[in-house]
Design a protein around this ligand. Structure first.
Ligand SMILES: [Zn+2]
Length: 196
């Protein structure tokens, strides 16, 4: 149970309450302990430092870390005390994010081979000068990737189901499948979150 709780994530706001990224519960608690952040109680928007937070008696149904003497409520949202980092506007290019943009779906045959099997295809192969970029990379199942091999789609007689784009999603919705309901009070109209 404690392991599940520690696998949860915490939304991080900067001093101006703009969401900047999502971090692990462990990291959030470390920031709280170090006074680098305060917990934002999402119902009342009250701020708590470590001492106040650790003295609270959490509701019975709240996710908690249990210690010998008390239950420590897992923070859902924290607010940085010093740092004024601004929200990132760009979504980082990575294999993981290409797969997410394409909904883990092979862009040639439409199968969903699973998170661990999905591959990234360079539409114009790297050997022909194709770049690793949003517009030249798509998710592909291993079978289609092997068939296409070192060819362009035209040469391989394969068709893309849609033209790849640079994502303009709100990663809060797209990335964090385990997003917590209370975060929506802080991320409305927010610029894209960093994928940290
Ligand atoms: Zn395929």
């Amino acid at each position: 149970m404690t392991t599940d709780v520690l696998a949860r994530q915490t939304l991080v706001l900067n001093r101006h309450w703009q969401p900047i990224h999502v971090t692990s519960v462990v990291r959030a608690l470390t920031m709280l302990w170090n006074e680098a952040a305060q917990v934002v109680e999402p119902d009342e928007y009250r701020l708590y430092g470590w001492h106040e937070w650790s003295e609270l008696t959490p509701p019975l149904d709240a996710p908690c870390i249990r210690t010998a003497h008390r239950r420590l409520r897992v923070p859902e949202v924290v607010c940085l005390t010093h740092y004024d980092r601004v929200p990132s506007k760009a979504v980082a290019f990575s294999r993981r994010n290409v797969a997410k943009r394409d909904h883990h779906t092979c862009q040639y045959c439409g199968v969903q081979p699973g998170w661990d099997r999905i591959t990234i295809d360079h539409i114009i192969p790297r050997s022909r000068g194709g770049t690793s970029s949003w517009l030249n990379c798509v998710a592909a199942c291993p079978e289609c990737n092997a068939i296409k091999a070192d060819r362009t789609p035209e040469q391989a007689g394969m068709h893309l189901r849609r033209r790849p784009t640079r994502p303009d999603w709100k990663p809060f919705h797209a990335i964090h499948d385990g997003a917590i309901a209370s975060w929506s009070r802080f991320v409305n109209d927010a610029p894209s979150l960093a994928l940290a």
